[in-house]
Design a binder for this molecule. Sequence first.
Ligand code: AMP
Length: 278
Amino acid sequence: MTQVIRAPAALADKVAGWKRSGMRVGVVPTMGALHAGHISLLNMARRYCDRVIVTIFVNPLQFNQAADLDAYPRTEVGDIAMLQAVNADVAFIPTVADMYPNGFDTRVSVGGVAELMEGAHRPGHFDGMATVVTKLLGMTQPGWAFFGEKDWQQLLIVRRLAADLNLPVHVVGCPTVREPDGLAMSSRNLRLSTPARKIAPALYQVMQQTAQALRMGRDPVMEIADAHARILAEGFSSIDYLDLCAGDTLQPTLSDPSARLFAAAWVDGIRLIDNVAI
Ligand code: AMP
């Protein structure tokens, strides 16, 4: 039975009780509109923890455009039903006023890896994300926190902030869950028009083909230029970036063994991101 908790004080009581009983507590932070990708994080959390909290909070601080915040899908009733079905222990759903009461005046700002890719294209996004994640870790006091590799850069930033701020939490990365056609599951997919939904899987398909070509030793500069052209030819309207970067530092590379291909591209007004290993 999943307990829905909205008040931070009630959550603190719940967690304190678990900790007194020696239980291992894990958290899966989300913005709701839950899908199988989120549920995979919960399932991973179950392997490490005795109790799992899924947080649902559409964080205004991490949206750099008001219209994007307004349009973000909100499906709370369905989310709670999904969490009941997989027996999450707690769904923590705070209000904006509880998260950011009058007088709230602190930001958590990560440098380095947060300044590239998504950081360069979405000013303020990662400060907002880092601030809310730090708050959620403070509120849920978990030993383990689970994040998706779909948002690889976010995962690196959370690891960085946990290490830099000495937060007593293990940050666990979980593989990207995809639709049968390869499209990375994302709450934003709900906003794709029917034609855009048909185009969307091409991003991953081209990235996979490019990764395969690079594994076979083909020239990265030529392959990436070709991939760029093919993604646009498939119907994407623009590409914010399509870069080969080291998986740990996110620095551009042509040869690093940890290299991954990272992309952000627009289709019919929706921005999709993805990344694949080389
Ligand atoms: P979001 O609700 O989009 O903020 O995502 C909440 C968490 O779920 C983040 O750690 C995401 O990286 C993770 N996540 C989102 N989509 C996927 C996916 N398709 N596969 C795995 N994890 C995901």
